[in-house]
Design a protein around this ligand. Sequence first.
Ligand code: ADE
Length: 239
Amino acid sequence: MKIKVLTIFPEMLKAALSESIVGRALEAGRFEVELIDIRAYSENKHKNTDDYPFGGGAGMVMLPQPIVDACEKNASGRERRIYLSPRGRTLTQRIVEELAREEELMLLCGRYEGVDERALELCFPEELSIGDYVLTGGELAALVVIDAVARLLPGVLGSNDSAEDESFTTGLLEYPQYTRPREFRGREVPEVLLNGNHALIARWRREQALKLTHRKRPDLLKGAPLDKKDRAFLDSLES
Ligand code: ADE
């Protein structure tokens, strides 16, 4: 997977992409990120990337020329192009899974009050939001997309199944986890986790996941694959 990111703040992404799991995966060549500085494509004497909005109003609008040139000069023609924007459809784990199957992505980070609509019409047909709130720019949103996609790529997470048993893949919130010590400030680790009975542990974890989801995100239960035992357990919670 190759991800190209168009931004006027490449340093903002560089820092975040150099650390932790994503940093190691990039270093190991599990995937590639290319940061493309939109400013370098400005034909303007002062290398401007924005101007006042026609029709008036607050703030500045990103010029179409640097964005369209940055896009066209770096496009392979195979990439899925996405503009990060609060007006896009909201990112979900399902969309992340879909993006992780692409060969190439090109992400556009907007700034200021927006991007000239013609740049979007010409180059970025798809829009994606990371939630119903407004950021100062698309850079943090692009990082969210890259992080969520990267951890689904082969060889990025340490153990192969660590992306399988978790929230939004099982359709349920994750069960609680414990590590050493067995007792901390008077609170004991649940006995079932200490006895080595893997079938019992799996059942306990499943029930904890059901209980947490029922309490905190009951809306998720509608879409989660549940068997007879799960339904019986949920019924016992209701009564
Ligand atoms: N740019 C500004 N706000 C955003 C959001 N919520 N999602 C994606 N891109 C954005």
